[in-house]
Design a protein around this ligand. Structure first.
Ligand code: AMP
Ligand code: ZN
Length: 495
């Protein structure tokens, strides 16, 4: 008998950014997991870096579910309150003002884009997707409560969190990011002279809106809007409780965003709001962080369609997903044509092996320990969701399938069933790769069709039917699909 997925639960270790250690995962309520991930600020298209982070947490969610946990996964939409750097203006409000449209039109457009892209990436939707604008009342209540506790103060209609007082009376501010309050103060003192804040480290819980600011709500202090950090505190604890299991986000959110969330949560609920803080590392391009503000970005659609000046051909969402999984989520990953090609090849190898399993011949004995192989897959995922090792083990499985198919190794009927079940669980349920058929998206179909034509052309050439072979090449060329014959076979490029 092979073990149940539940029986592997106790071995799961998660790297906790708060303690800097891998820790055994023990949810607050046995069998149940509350997980919150910071969602996008919907004022522009998500770039591929954002997508990597959401795929990283999709795998966490999928694996926890696979282990039989009842997971409540909350991921917010930031549709108010995220300030433009060095300004008092909200990113969405500013864009709406410049484009002369309603802020909610901006929000709608980019929320739809976000969902569409994550759908293509085969991400599962969260259980709750709350918006900041839908929780203004709760945020105002939270500001009142923090004021009542004496950990915030009002100036000219804005309310700020008193970081110095919190640090003195409640808990150390900076414990997640490892920053010391004294150093933070020393580093910023001379920069901000005329601020309303008592101290540069203080952060806004509520901001009074300037006359040109479109998005505003009445409050006891002013017509204004909530601070960005507050929405995540309010929405995570509303749906998951004052203390919950997992909070995720990109590495760049550790400070100040998550540091502020800890302070607010502790000010409100009296305890650390989060048990396991998880931070996903950055996607880079040419060695630099992918980021909208520096222009070092590529949009998912530009990769899926091939319409970009950085890559020679399109790559399907499934290929991009596998490319992300080739690095552990805590490591930096650099986007390159070679890595995407390796992912494309890897994906084809996995799909090919999976399709062959059904037809594998069975024997009385196995010369391959399928149970041990399956354990090694769980070991990899249990080691802080180590997807590159998981993939390496899956490739071992694919190799074994090829050897059995070629008659070089043997497998029993029972082991074959376990092999199939394990390949499917890890490829599709846990890593979230699509089954090639049925779920294929437009570009996967296109890739499959072009490869089919390439195969037919090769068959025509083998049959010395040069006219047909040339016709296929020329007609494809007219459609902007250029075939290139090389020593490893024929590749194509879309012009
Ligand atoms: P934002 O919409 O800017 O709040 O970002 C949404 C999420 O994407 C956050 O969790 C960010 O940390 C994450 N993110 C931003 N840039 C990158 C990147 N280059 N690589 C990975 N994640 C990123
Ligand atoms: Zn957040």
């Amino acid at each position: 008998m092979s073990r149940t997925p539940e029986s592997y639960r106790d071995d799961l270790k998660i790297y906790n950014s708060l303690t800097g250690r891998k820790e055994k995962f023990e949810p607050l309520v046995p069998g149940h997991v509350g997980m919150y991930v910071c969602g996008p600020t919907v004022y522009s298209n998500v770039h591929l870096g954002n997508v990597r982070t959401f795929v990283s947490f999709d795998v966490v969610y999928r694996y926890l579910k696979h282990l039989g946990y009842k997971v409540r996964y909350v991921r917010n939409i930031t549709d108010a309150g995220h300030l433009e750097d060095d300004s008092d203006e909200d990113k969405i409000s500013k864009k709406a003002r410049l484009e002369k449209i309603e802020p909610m039109e901006i929000v709608q457009k980019y929320t739809i884009d976000f969902h569409r892209i994550l759908d293509k990436m085969n991400n599962l939707p969260p259980n709750i997707e709350p918006t900041a604008t839908g929780h203004i009342v709760e945020q105002i209540e939270a500001v009142k409560e923090i004021l009542n506790k004496g950990l915030a103060y009002e100036v000219n209609g804005s309310v700020y969190f008193d970081v110095i007082k919190y640090n003195r009376e409640v808990d150390r501010y900076g414990k997640l990011s490892g920053r010391k309050i004294e150093e933070l103060i020393a580093n910023t003192r001379d920069l901000e002279g005329q601020d309303e804040k008592r101290n540069p480290q203080d952060f806004a819980l509520w901001k009074k809106a300037k006359p040109q600011h479109i998005m505003r709500w009445p409050s006891p202090w002013s017509d204004g809007f909530p601070g960005w950090h507050l929405e995540c505190t309010v929405m995570s604890t509303k749906y998951l409780g004052e203390q919950f299991d997992i909070h995720g986000g990109g590495m760049d959110l550790k400070f100040p965003h998550h540091e502020c969330e800890i302070a607010q949560g502790k000010a409100l609920g009296g305890k650390d709001p989060v048990r396991y803080w998880m931070h996903a590392n950055m996607l880079t391009m040419n060695g630099r962080k992918m980021s909208k503000s520096t222009g070092n970005t590529i949009l998912p659609e530009e990769i899926f369609s091939g319409r970009n000046d950085k890559l020679s051909k399109p790559y399907s969402p499934a290929t991009v997903r596998l490319f992300f999984l080739m690095a552990q989520y805590r490591n930096v990953l650099d986007l390159s044509e070679e890595a995407l090609q390796a992912a494309e090849k890897g994906l084809r190898r996995l799909w090919e092996a999976w399709r062959k399993i059904d037809a594998l011949p069975v024997s009385d004995t196995s010369d391959w320990d399928v149970n041990a192989w399956r354990d090694s897959l769980y070991d990899a995922m249990n080691d802080d969701f180590n997807t590159p090792v998981t993939l390496a083990r899956l490739f071992d499985g694919a190799k074994a399938v090829q050897r059995i198919a070629a008659g070089q190794a043997h497998i029993t009927a029972g082991d074959k069933a376990l092999l199939r079940q394990t390949m499917e669980a890890f490829m599709f349920d846990i890593l979230g790769l699509p089954r090639q058929t049925g779920q294929a998206t437009g570009t996967q179909n296109l890739d499959g069709l072009i490869r089919l034509l390439i195969d037919l052309r090769n068959q025509a050439r083998q049959a010395k039917n040069w006219a047909l072979a040339d016709q296929i090449r020329d007609e494809l060329g007219r459609l902007g699909i250029v075939l290139k014959d090389g020593k490893d076979g024929t590749e194509y490029e879309i012009r």
